[in-house]
Each structure stands twice: as structure tokens, then as C-alpha cells.
Design a protein around this ligand. Structure first.
Ligand code: TYM
Length: 332
């Protein structure tokens, strides 16, 4: 079975719809066909300041949401990044192969550090993509299911895998990004020209999966569209409507042409009302199941402990191989 690996940050509150449609949904289907490794990236989270108690709670919350979304610990390996020390260890080696200029060109770093100010941004934030490289290479992943905003980090992963292999001999699988066109980028409901994200959005344009379903329905009904009236998929001319159609199509498994036909001659109100209903049907059980996992932290922690053990077996072998290639003296 080909292998996939991906990760998600333990954010405060809950995942948003972009996280789910852009990534987690694919994780759920790939666990059926692939040897799948998924993790909550707490090491990445501390590249910006975190309150310790909140970080711990958010890490459990993230794992609970992944299980509620449909990850099955019998079908995939679900773990917490900091439980597998090899991530930090391989990241160091990769840091030493990365050019300073190369790291400086990472657009997510440029955006995030610009927001924080150069003096406040941590060195960890600067090397964030290199840790992500280590995450992926440790598992010899063939594919990495992510949203469009991660593409550059996967490109860096490929470059560094090839660089390492070229310098030290074949060691790492060169992975590719697994990005579905339809959901690569879910847009803010109020500002459909920017991607949905915790930082960029006004709360009204951001669908948090654990919000009260009534709030979610309201946000969908007040989504920004355009002054035209035709329901047609045209991301250039009609970004708001097209975003709603993408979301609707993916959540219901309907093709976009079928939706265009269904809403021919109807107004935006009908589309939004129906989509609001679809959303409520999706988030209601998701919320309940997340809560069930949170109510039983012992079970949750033991799922994560088993996941870490499985992940470590793979990661330790790759790290030992990489250390040997680099020329580190084995500890006898
Ligand atoms: P993170 O936690 O920001 O986001 C998790 C996943 O959600 C996707 N995503 C979106 N997809 C479509 N539309 C959107 N509006 C949207 N917003 C977020 C992201 O692309 C991502 O796939 N650096 C990663 C975490 C990471 C990782 C890894 C991923 C760490 N190590 C190794 C893959 C492999 C991140 O911050 O994702």
C-alpha cells in the first residue's frame, strides 16, 4: 500500500470548514486505500506563543475532532507529533541542508512574520517548513494530502529529499502533494477572494466546525455573493457563489453541473437556505461525536499512545538510516 502522511495544527476552538474540506476529508478516504499516518502538530504550534494548558487541551481537541471526522485508529495511525522525538531530530539534519535564502522565500513564513514583526517572529517560525519536511520524509510518504496553501512546503520537501539523496545516497522517498482541485482552497464567506482561515477572516466569514449549528446556518445564509442572480460556477466572475457551490457539491457528493441545473431560475436565497441545511446536518453529529471523545480522555490518550508507538517504529528506522548516511558515529 502506498503511504500518505499529513498533519494539522491544534488550533484554539475548532477546525474550520477549509481544514475539513481541503484536507481532513481526504485523510478519511485515503485511510481505506493507503498506509496512512496523520498527526496533530504541536511542535509546529509553538512556533507562535502558546499557553501551556491551552496547548494541551487543544491537542486533545484536535485529536477528538479528527476521530469525529471519521479517522479510524484501526485503519490509520493517528498520533501527536511531540510523542515522536524523531521529528525534531531529523529536522535538525534538514535544517543543515536548507539554504538561508531558500527558507526566506517561504511565503507562509513571510506572511506570518510580517504580521508579528521581524523581532517578535521566532527562529522556530523561520524553520517551520523544515520541520514539516522532516515530518513527511520520516515516514517515506508517497503522497501528502493538504490544501493549496501547503504546496510550497511540499515542493521544499521534494527539493530537500532529492538534495539529501544526491549527496548521501538514496534514502528518502520523494513525495508529491495530494491536492484536490475542487477543495484546494475554500474561501472566506464574507470575503471570497481570500482563503478561509482563523487569522484572515472576520468571524462571520469563518465556519468553525464546533460552532452552534444555528450560528453556522446564519453565516451560510449571510454569505457574500454578487449583484447578478445566476447560479453558475465561475470562480473568476462569481467567487462567492462558486465557493458555495464547491462546498455544497463536496458535502453532498453532487456534481457542480447538477447543482447549477437544480438551481436554474432560482435565486441565491434558495441556494443558501439549502446549503445552510446541509451544513447543519454535517456539523451537528460532528459536534456530538467530538464531545464524546472529549468526555473520555483516557480512551483518547490511549488511542494516541498506540498511534505514537506505531509511528515511532517507522520514524526510528528512517532516522537511524539518515544518521548513518550523514556519517554520525553509531552509539554502541
Ligand atoms: P494547518 O493546520 O494550517 O491546516 C490543516 C490543513 O487544512 C488545509 N487548509 C485549507 N484547505 C482548503 N481551504 C482552506 N481555506 C484551508 N485552510 C487550511 C491546509 O492546507 C492543511 O492541509 N503546515 C501544516 C501542518 C503540517 C503538515 C505537516 C501538513 C505540519 N507538518 C506534514 C502535511 C504534512 C499546517 O499548518 O496546516
Amino acid at each position: 500500500r502506498p503511504r500518505v502522511l499529513s498533519g494539522i495544527q491544534p488550533t484554539a476552538g475548532s477546525f474550520h470548514l477549509g481544514n475539513y474540506l481541503g484536507a481532513v476529508r481526504q485523510w478519511v478516504s485515503l485511510q481505506e486505500s493507503h498506509d496512512a499516518f496523520y498527526m496533530v502538530v504541536d511542535l509546529h504550534a509553538i512556533t507562535v506563543p502558546q499557553d501551556p494548558a491551552e496547548l494541551r487541551a487543544n491537542t486533545r481537541l484536535a485529536a477528538a475532532q479528527l476521530l469525529a471526522a471519521g479517522l479510524d485508529p484501526e485503519r490509520c495511525t493517528l498520533f501527536v507529533q511531540s510523542h515522536v522525538p524523531e521529528h525534531a531530530q531529523l529536522a535538525w539534519v534538514m535544517n543543515c541542508l536548507t539554504g538561508f535564502g531558500e527558507a526566506s522565500r517561504m511565503t507562509q513564513f513571510k506572511d506570518k512574520s510580517a504580521k508579528q514583526g521581524a523581532d517578535r517572529a521566532s527562529v522556530g517560525l523561520f524553520t517551520y517548513p523544515v520541520l514539516q519536511v522532516a515530518d513527511i520524509l520520516l515516514y517515506q510518504a508517497h503522497q501528502v494530502p493538504v490544501g493549496e496553501d501547503q504546496r510550497q512546503h511540499i515542493e521544499l520537501t521534494r527539493d530537500l529529499a532529492e538534495r539529501f539523496n544526491g549527496r548521501f545516497g538514496e534514502t528518502f522517498t520523494v513525495p508529491s502533494a495530494y491536492i484536490l482541485k475542487e477543495t484546494a482552497k475554500i474561501y472566506d464567506l464574507q470575503e471570497p477572494s481570500i482563503k478561509m482561515s482563523k487569522s484572515a477572516s472576520t468571524p462571520k466569514g469563518l465556519i468553525n466546525l464546533l460552532d452552534d449549528p444555528r450560528t453556522t446556518a446564519k453565516k451560510v445564509r449571510s454569505a457574500v455573493t454578487d449583484t447578478d442572480t445566476v447560479i453558475r460556477f465561475d470562480p473568476e466572475a462569481k467567487p462567492g457563489v462558486s465557493n458555495l457551490l464547491s462546498i455544497y457539491a463536496t458535502l453532498t457528493g453532487t456534481g457542480i453541473p447538477a447543482l447549477e441545473e437544480k438551481y436554474a431560475g432560482k435565486g441565491y436565497g434558495a441556494l443558501k437556505t439549502d446549503l445552510a441545511e446541509v451544513m447543519v446536518e454535517f456539523v451537528t453529529p460532528f459536534r456530538e461525536q467530538t464531545q464524546q471523545y472529549l468526555d473520555d480522555p483516557e480512551t483518547l490518550d490511549s488511542i494516541l499512545a498506540k498511534g505514537a508507538e506505531k509511528a515511532r517504529a517507522v520514524a526510528a528506522e528512517t532516522l537511524a538510516h539518515a544518521y548513518d548516511r550523514v556519517g554520525f558515529l553509531p552509539a554502541k
